[in-house]
Write a protein of this length. Structure first.
Length: 217
């Protein structure tokens, strides 16, 4: 794929980031952790693009972003009331993420190498939490799902992070596979990332100041 097109697709996160800045005063504070993750994503993609243009290693930036993104999304789920009666679970997840990141990126390997196992671990956590929220939402929400930002975000999380798990699983279990096949697998991720960013932008457009939902316990 053309390098310019790859960069353009990755920078599509700026659509949601700009919309979030414009609409910030109209958005409920429960969404703030997610919005911060979007803005961090904008910064991370900019850094990645600059490093790629100079043929420099960007794994340090990627590994840091993955950690903060996962922590912020988990905090967002807490804001939705997911851990209302399970505070110990919330802190266990946060502690496990930080510990897992340190083990792979500092103790076992270096931060400037790809953190395959932490990426899979953190992605699975987001997918499982998203499915849990989605199940509760389907039961409780009377709002049209296409205009429900939480529904849109959960769908985007499930699509993106499930495929990310698949990509890194291929990396682990099929390292000697045909290079062309692995390249195609990673190429699809670029389009998945674009789709996810567009769903994020749509979700931000539907976020409101008033809390229009409650999740059942």
């Amino acid at each position: 794929m053309n390098f310019t097109l790859v960069i353009a697709f990755s920078l599509s996160i700026y659509i949601a980031g700009i919309i979030a800045v414009i609409r910030l005063k109209k958005i409920n504070k429960i969404y703030y952790p997610f919005l911060i993750s979007i803005w961090l994503g904008c910064l991370s993609e900019l850094v990645n693009s600059l490093l790629a243009g100079k043929n420099l290693n960007s794994y340090t930036n990627i590994n840091l972003y993955i950690l903060f993104e996962t922590l912020l999304i988990t905090l967002f789920f807490r804001n939705l009331g997911l851990f209302q009666f399970q505070k110990k679970l919330f802190y266990s997840i946060i502690g496990g993420l930080i510990a897992g990141w340190i083990i792979e990126n500092i103790i076992v390997k270096q931060i400037n190498t790809i953190a395959i196992y932490f990426t899979i671990y953190s992605s699975l956590i987001i997918v499982l939490l998203s499915v849990t929220i989605l199940n509760k939402l389907i039961v409780s929400s009377r709002r049209t799902f296409i205009t429900n930002p939480i529904f849109l975000l959960c769908i985007a999380f499930i699509i993106y992070f499930t495929y990310q798990v698949m990509v890194y699983a291929f990396w682990i279990y099929a390292p000697q596979s045909d290079a062309g096949f692995l390249l195609k697998i990673f190429s699809i991720m670029i389009y998945i990332n674009l789709l996810t960013n567009l769903i994020y932008a749509l979700a931000v457009l539907w976020m409101h100041k008033k809390q229009e939902f409650t999740l059942p316990s």
